[in-house]
Ligand binder design. Sequence first.
Ligand code: GLY
Length: 361
Amino acid sequence: MKTVEVSLPRQKYSVQIKAGAIADMGPLLTACAAAQRCAVFADGVVAELYQEPIVKSLEESGYEVTTHSRSLGEADKTLAAVQEFYDILLDGRFERKSPIVALGGGVTGDTIGFVASTYLRGVPLVQVPTTLLSMVDASVGGKVAVNVPQGKNLIGSFYQPKLVVVDPNVLSSLPKAELRSGLAECIKHAVIRDAELFAWTEKHADELLALDSGRLVELLERNISIKAKVVVEDEREQGVRAHLNFGHTFAHAIEKTAGYGRVLHGEAVGLGMLAAARLSIVLGLCGQEVYDAIHRLLSRVGLPTQYELADAATLLDAMRLDKKVSEGDIRFVLPLSIGEVCIRGGVAEKDIHEAWSAVRA
Ligand code: GLY
C-alpha cells in the first residue's frame, strides 16, 4: 500500500493506493471513521462492477451498510440527484458519525461529496474514485459541487474527505479514451510542477496505456502527491491552487462551445494546455520547445492536438463566462518551462485569438 498524506491545518487524511484496495475498505474505514452504519452511494454502472467487494469488506468489519446507486453522468450532477440521496439518508435516519462512501468518477465524487458536506452540516466522506481523472485530481482536495441551469459547479463547497481509496485495478474497465483523458491531467501536473515526471510519463507511456500495475501505482503516487502538495499550500484557491487550472480556461470554453459530452474533459484540457503554451510564447514567457514537448507527449498518449473550434468571438465569450474570471479579466495559467507556470491577466484579445489558432483544425 502506498500512502499520500494530505496534511491541512485543520484536517489530515490519507490517500491509500494499492491494487485490490477496495477489498480492504472495511479496515481502512474503521481506522478513520468507526461507526455502526455507513452508506455506499455509487454511479449505477460502477456499482454493478465494484460495489459488492466494498460492501462485503465493510460488513465483515461490522458496518451496517445502506447502498444506493443511480445514473451519475454530467447531466445528473444536479440538486435533484442530491435530494434523492438526502432522502435515503433522512428516511434511514443516518446520524452525524455515519460515513458516506462515494464510488465512481468525478461526477459521483462531486455530487456525493456535496451531499456529505451538507447533510447534517457534514458527515464523514470517503472518496473511492474509479477513473484515472478522478484518482489524480477530483477525489483529492475537497472541491465538491453540482451544476445548475446557469452553469457548471456553481453550487458547492470545499469539503475534505476523511479518506481516499485508490485501486488501480478498477481502471481495467475504463474505456481507453477515458484513460487518455486522465493522462491529460497527469501531463498537466508534470507541466506545472515536475519536469522529471514529464520525462518519466513520456518514457513509460506505452506501459501506462497497457495498465502495467507497477507503473500505474507510481503514476498515481506521483500525481496525487503533486495534487496534495498544492492543496496543502492553498486549500481555498487564494493563490497557487489556481496553477491546477493550467489549460482549463481554454478547455472549459471548448467544452461549452462544442456542447458538453462532445469532447472528453481531458481531451479539452490537452488542447487547452497547447493553447496556453502558444499564448505563453506570444507573450514572451516561454520558448517553442515547451509547446513542442507538450504536443509530443499529448500525441504519444493518443490525445488530440487539434479540434474544430467555434469562431473566435464565441470562444472569447465562453471564456469570459468562466467562474474564474475576476472583474472581467481572464486570468491565464501559462508555462514558463516544463515544470513551472505563472499566472497572467490583462492579455490582449488578439493574443488570445493567436493562442486558439494553435489548436484550430
Ligand atoms: N481540479 C482543480 C482543483 O482541485 O483545484
